[in-house]
Design a protein around this ligand. Structure first.
Ligand SMILES: C[S@@+](CC[C@H](N)C(=O)[O-])C[C@H]1O[C@@H](n2cnc3c(N)ncnc32)[C@H](O)[C@@H]1O
Length: 227
C-alpha cells in the first residue's frame, strides 16, 4: 500500500482521535522501526498488500490482506517464551516472511512459511535469502506455496505462528490438522496467535494445557501450550 505524506498525516490525525496520542506515537515508533529494519537489511516486508491486490487468494472469503508482524513486539515475545533451541517454527500465512526472519534470530533449526499467494512467496523467499545470508547461516528456511488449511502438519514442527490470517472456519481446519499431528506424534508444542480474534476456536477444537496472554507495544499475543 503506497502512502503519500498527506495520507499519512490524515491517518495520524484519525488514529489520535481513535486511539489517543500516546498509543498513536507508540504505533508510529513501531512502524518507523520496521521501515528501517527493511532499509538496513535490503528487505521488502514493510508495505502492506490488500487482499484484492494479491495475485491469488483462497476461495474462502474470510482471509486476510498482507500485513506484517511488527519486529520488536515479536522479538520481545520470543525472548520471553524462550522456546527450545532447534525447534521448527511454521508461520501459517507467512506473507513476505517477516516472522521467519525475526524467528531466525532465536536458534530455530528451521523456519517454514506457508503462503497462498505465489507472488508473496517469491518475495518471502528473496527476503529470507538476503537476511539469512547476513545473520542466520545455521537456520534453514522453506517457503511453501500452500493453502494453510490443506497443509499436513509434519512431526518435527512444534511452534505454530498465526497473525490472524483467516477466519474461524479455516482456523478450525488448521487447528484440527495440528491436533491430529500431536495425537499421532505426541510432543510439546506452542501456538502463537497475534491479534487472536478467533481464540475460542482453539479451545473448542483442541485441548491446550496452558494458555497465556502477552502484550508488547500494544500488540496482543495469545500463546497456547500443548504437553
Ligand atoms: C496478516 S498477514 C501475516 C503475514 C505474516 N505471517 C506476518 O506476520 O508477517 C496474513 C497472510 O496470510 C495469507 N493467507 C491468508 N489465507 C491463507 C491460506 N488459507 N493459506 C495460506 N496463506 C494464507 C495472506 O495472503 C497474508 O499474506
Amino acid at each position: 500500500m503506497n502512502k503519500t505524506p498527506l495520507s499519512l498525516i490524515r491517518a495520524f490525525v484519525a488514529s489520535v482521535r481513535k486511539n489517543g496520542l500516546a498509543n498513536t506515537l507508540q504505533y508510529a515508533r513501531t512502524l518507523a522501526y520496521d521501515y528501517f529494519f527493511d532499509l538496513r537489511h535490503g528487505l521488502d516486508t514493510f508495505s502492506w498488500v490488500a487482499r484484492d491486490a494479491l495475485d491469488a487468494t483462497p476461495a474462502d472469503n474470510d482471509t486476510a490482506s498482507y500485513q506484517p508482524t511488527p519486529v520488536r513486539p515479536l522479538r520481545s515475545l520470543l525472548q520471553q517464551l524462550s522456546l527450545p533451541r532447534e525447534s521448527v517454527l511454521v508461520d501459517f500465512g507467512c506473507g513476505k516472511g517477516r516472522v521467519l526472519l525475526v524467528a531466525s534470530e532465536f536458534a530455530f533449526r528451521e523456519v517454514r512459511g506457508l503462503e497462498y499467494s505465489p507472488a508473496l512467496c517469491r518475495v518471502a523467499d528473496r527476503n529470507c535469502r538476503r537476511y539469512f545470508a547476513q545473520h542466520s547461516p545455521d537456520t534453514h528456511f522453506q517457503v511453501l506455496q500452500s493453502d494453510a488449511k490443506n497443509y499436513p502438519v509434519r512431526e518435527d514442527e512444534t511452534v505454530f505462528f498465526l497473525f490472524n490470517p483467516f477466519g474461524a472456519e479455516i482456523l478450525e481446519r488448521v487447528i484440527e490438522n495440528i491436533q491430529k499431528s500431536l495425537a499421532d506424534n505426541p510432543r510439546r508444542a506452542w501456538i502463537v496467535y497475534l491479534n487472536p480474534l478467533h481464540r475460542d476456536v482453539i479451545n473448542q477444537v483442541s485441548d491446550p494445557a496452558i494458555e497465556l496472554d502477552y502484550e508488547f507495544g500494544g500488540y496482543r499475543f495469545a500463546v497456547f501450550i500443548y504437553e
